[in-house]
Design a protein around this ligand. Structure first.
Ligand code: ADP
Length: 402
């Protein structure tokens, strides 16, 4: 079965084609074809890789303002041109979409129909950066692959088990009644990491307390007890919690009311500042990319050093909070761009949490390739690095619902 996955982020659109059967093994598979569109404000680049992960196309697109047209240009490469792996789009059996926010209703992967589309559109109000892109992907698929079954998988879904005291904000109770509550995100990958960690440790997931650290452009932690999400750092939107590439994470809400009252900053401006001009970029003034931060720190930038130390401080505080919610810790899993690649961040994050039974092996930490282990043999809690496999997880959900 050929499954096309569309994974829309705030500044990237990834797509992948998998060949997968409903009863496929639980080990992740590489895609047959992979496309990645990236916007960096002015320029837009398209990279296409083959099943070996080799780059077979890399070009700058001409009209970066029309995203839908760029995504269309990327997708037709699946069945036409030099990078094609199919002879016709009709070979695609199912198209799967990562939808960031499912709200209260959409928690399990579902086949998309007009009702589901309406529900996704209704929550786009809360997560405009992400849900609009997901919806556009569904509409584009309707146009390019008419009649093809589509499946939506939700990043909030895994956190449906958050206990009420974790999910409710301590504002007026009416907030909760109107849907203002903590939802949590990155659920597709947090859930996968929990299963993968249990598999790597040859333990039963139902007996494990796991903290999953998803550290990419967006960053969040999940506390997973017996396979269920019991706490997480993101909330009503993907802005709460840890410091991120361009997002602030949690700050005193009094800062916002101050800026609105005294400086006359509008809601839209605040949204832009907190989502685009904060985090690693806002503090370092250098970049939102952890590689650039580490490099600038090495070259003596004090602001880059501060950004790194703040990132790590907030990460450690988050790990402590998640461990307290779990009441113990068996495994700490690092995943996504920073989690998989930055030995510096992993080392700094683990430096003060030895009291949780975490002992990092420095040599293993600096040489590990995902998926692997980086704790000492004597470490009570295991420390793992696990490659994020969101697209494959979405493809599996599609195969199950096909
Ligand atoms: P997204 O959340 O968009 O899927 P990724 O998971 O790809 O993002 O993570 C992107 C981030 O990963 C980049 O901003 C960069 O900071 C970080 N990253 C990627 N490679 C490395 C590396 N070798 N060392 C440190 N950080 C890295």
């Amino acid at each position: 079965m050929k499954i096309l996955v569309l994974n829309a982020g705030s500044s990237t659109q990834k797509s992948a084609l998998f060949k997968l059967e409903p009863d496929a093994s639980p080990d992740p598979l590489s895609p047959e074809w992979e496309g990645r569109l990236e916007w960096d404000g002015e320029q837009e680049s398209l990279v296409i890789r083959n099943s070996q992960g080799q780059e077979i196309r890399n070009k700058t697109l001409s009209d970066p303002k029309n995203r839908q047209s760029s995504v269309r240009k990327m997708l037709v490469n699946v069945w036409s041109g030099p990078a094609a792996v199919l002879s016709a789009p009709s070979e695609i059996a199912v198209a799967g979409h990562r939808i960031v926010h499912g709200g209260s209703e959409l928690t399990q992967p579902v086949v998309v129909d007009s009702q589901v589309k309406k529900q996704i559109a209704a929550v786009a109000e809360i997560a405009p950066l992400h849900n609009q892109a997901g919806l556009s992907g569904i509409e584009l698929t309707e146009e390019l692959l008419p009649g093809t079954r589509q499946v939506a998988v939700f990043d909030t879904g895994f956190h449906r088990t958050l206990p009420q005291p974790v999910a409710v904000y301590p504002g007026p109770y009416a907030w909760y009644e109107s849907g203002i509550r903590r939802y949590g995100f990155h659920g597709i990958n947090h859930e996968y990491c929990a299963h993968r960690a249990a598999h790597m440790l040859r333990r039963d997931l139902s007996s494990l307390k796991i903290i999953s650290c998803h550290l990419g452009n967006g960053c969040s932690l999940a506390a997973i007890d017996g396979g269920q999400s019991v706490d997480t750092t993101m909330g009503f939107t993907p802005l709460e919690g840890l410091m991120m590439g361009t997002r602030s994470g949690s700050i005193d809400p009094g800062i916002l009311t101050h800026l609105m009252r005294v400086e006359g900053v509008s809601g839209n401006e605040l949204n832009q500042i907190l989502n685009q001009q904060s985090g690693l970029l806002g503090i370092s003034g250098v970049s939102s990319d952890m590689r650039d931060i580490v490099k600038a720190m090495g070259e003596g930038s004090q602001q880059a050093k501060l950004a790194f130390e703040m990132f790590v401080h907030r990460l450690r505080a988050g790990i402590g909070a998640m461990a307290a919610s779990l009441g113990g810790l068996d495994a700490l899993a690092f995943t996504a761009g920073i989690g998989e690649n930055s030995a510096e961040v992993r080392q700094a994050a683990c430096a003060k949490v030895g009291f949780l039974g975490i002992e990092l092996d420095e040599a293993r930490n600096s040489s590990v390739k995902p998926d692997g282990e980086l704790s000492r043999d004597s470490s009570r809690a295991r420390v793992l690095v696990i490659r994020a496999q969101e697209d494959w997880c979405i493809a599996r959900a599609c195969a199950r619902l096909a």
